[in-house]
Design a binder for this molecule. Structure first.
Ligand code: ATP
Length: 532
């Protein structure tokens, strides 16, 4: 058992009662089926066909099968829901640093497709494996008690059947991994295609995109075919062994059973150890795919946090201070911030300026705690940022609006906030019930920017970060918005990243960054020669 499968089996631990119910239902169902075969065999052997026991056992087996199906799926979907919750938490925990190398579709494949694959493990494998082994043992003991020759022949063959999934295990793992990887890759390209449909249409790339998806689909189909062929080979091996075992058992029955009346019972007992072995082989047929999904889910869910967990205290607003902050995105990458120090006095506006690549957005990312600094510290009112990050809100450069209404989007950070006030301050005269469409496609760029501003204002956070917030607006709207933002920023501690002289001029203080260092700071007049 791999660490990921062990970890998943452990996930059932939180649902012990449901698991025990599944086990009990499955055991009852298997024993009832076996009981039907045994009693029928005995009755046939002894010429007594009037007993009501088989009918009662059929009812019991049917009820147990229904019960088992219900509790097994109930258990499976409880565990899957928990795993999905853990996956969402993990994505939030590791974003954005560890998500940089991964595609959205790949992550959604983990949350949707890989976790769904595990349904087979929870609903159809764990409890069934245990009951099959119990029934196999019970069947062998019963057969031994009736006729010691029977298990001597059938048991070794049953054990051989149990080993069949191991014979091609290497291929099973390889095919399982290839299938899951191809599924995730296709998923990622489909999501990418849907998200980029406008560009695909505008640049006449429909056919090329279709060819790409067809190619990825063929790759998935090849992996699935290889897996099915391997599964078929395993099934063939299992069938050959089961046939040999059945033939050998029949021969033993013919040679050792003296009374014809006992023959049917002996034959059923011989089959008693073969059927569970066949069941185990069948259950383990999809082990490679399960294992690959389990590995992918396990890797995501156990990924370490990107920043030290927040321990929010009742932090009071105050100065935002960057103290000798150093940062690099990757251990082997260049240092992007090389000892940055500046202060945003409480209630004032600081403009962060500098050439492209100077490190402005990186400062914002650290203030929003997407990453932690490697050295130095950031504090708000003297409290480390990890304990005060709820005081910060942002109007990002690339606004993401969620499908829903304007009001839903404005209330993203404050579910019960007033919507009209922030929309008015952001100078967006729009009905809050307006549906924005996926990613806000039903709004103009300027409207999207203003929804983002209203969303930040609605949180009531005292520290406001504006990252090129007015980039999408025409000149007159920008002017109106800038004055509105001045009102909003009053009383807020504001950090603005802007290239526009008008925005920079309005700031109380300007910090000039170049190549990860503060090269100048002061009023607009004091630093204006740096801005030419
Ligand atoms: N996620 C990342 N991984 C690795 N390097 C990054 C990442 N983001 C930015 N960088 C690098 O960090 C440096 C600073 O980038 P940053 O985005 O902070 O600059 P900026 O001043 O905001 O630039 P611009 O004005 O063009 O947005 C650049 O060299 C950039 O290539």
């Amino acid at each position: 058992m791999t660490p990921s499968i062990r970890w998943l089996a452990g996930a059932v631990g939180g649902h012990r009662t449901a698991f025990l119910s599944t086990l009990a239902a499955n055991l009852t169902s298997q024993l009832a089926l076996w009981g039907i075969a045994l009693t029928c065999a005995w009755l046939v052997g002894h010429g007594s066909l009037t007993s009501g026991v088989p009918a009662a056992l059929v009812l019991l087996a049917t009820a147990a099968a229904w019960w088992e199906s219900y509790v097994a799926h109930d258990l499976a979907y409880l565990v899957l829901a928990r795993l999905r919750g853990q996956a969402y938490e993990a994505i939030a925990r590791i974003a954005p640093a560890r998500l940089l190398g991964r595609r959205s579709g790949d992550l959604s494949a983990v949350v949707l497709s890989d976790i769904e694959t595990l349904e087979w493990l929870f609903a159809h494998t764990l409890a069934q494996l245990i009951t099959s082994l119990v029934v196999l043992t019970a069947g062998t003991v019963a057969a031994f008690l009736i006729n010691p020759w029977l298990p001597l022949v059938s048991l070794p063959l049953a054990c051989l059947v149990l080993t069949v999934p191991l014979w091609l295990r290497r291929f099973s793992s390889r095919h399982g991994s290839a299938m899951r990887a191809a599924t995730a890759d296709l998923h990622a390209d489909v999501v990418d295609t849907v998200q980029g449909l406008r560009e695909i249409l505008a640049f006449g790339a429909v056919d090329r995109r279709r060819a790409l998806l067809a190619d990825k689909t063929r790759r998935l189909a090849r992996a699935q075919t290889a897996n099915a062929a391997r599964g078929g080979l395993e099934a063939a091996f299992t069938d050959v062994l089961l046939s040999a075992a059945a033939a050998a058992s029949l021969a033993v029955v013919a040679l050792t059973v003296s009374s014809p009346a006992d023959a049917p019972l002996a034959m059923v007992l011989a089959a008693g150890s073969l059927a569970p072995a066949a069941q185990v082989a069948l259950l383990l047929k999809e082990y490679g795919s399960l294992r690959a999904s389990a590995d992918r889910v396990h890797t995501l869910v156990t990924a370490p946090a990107n920043v030290t967990p927040s321990r929010e205290v009742r932090a009071e607003p105050g100065d935002v201070v960057f103290e000798d902050v150093r940062f690099r995105y990757t251990p082997e990458g260049p240092e992007v911030l090389k000892g940055v120090s500046f202060t945003i006095p409480q209630g004032r506006t600081v403009a962060l300026v500098g050439p492209s690549g100077a490190g402005k957005s990186t400062c914002v990312s650290l203030l929003l705690r997407y990453w932690d600094p490697d050295a130095g510290r950031i504090t708000i009112g003297g409290v480390p940022l990890a304990q005060a990050s709820s005081l910060v809100t942002v109007v990002p450069q690339d606004v993401h609006l969620f499908a829903g209404t304007v009001a839903d989007n404005v209330r993203l950070g404050a579910p019960s906030a007033d919507v009209e006030g922030p929309l008015a301050t952001a100078q967006l005269p729009i009905d809050p019930r307006t549906v924005v469409g996926e990613r806000g496609v039903a709004l103009s760029g300027g409207q999207r920017a203003r929804v983002a501003i209203a969303r930040a204002l609605a949180t009531g956070a005292p520290v406001l970060v504006l990252d090129e917030a007015v980039a999408n607006l025409d000149t007159s709207t920008e002017e109106r918005l800038a004055s509105a933002l001045e009102v909003a920023a009053a009383g807020r501690t504001t950090l603005v990243i802007a290239h526009r002289p008008a925005t920079i001029r309005r700031a109380d203080h300007v910090v000039v960054l170049d190549d990860g260092r503060v090269v100048a700071q002061g009023t607009f007049a004091e630093v204006s020669h740096w801005l030419e």
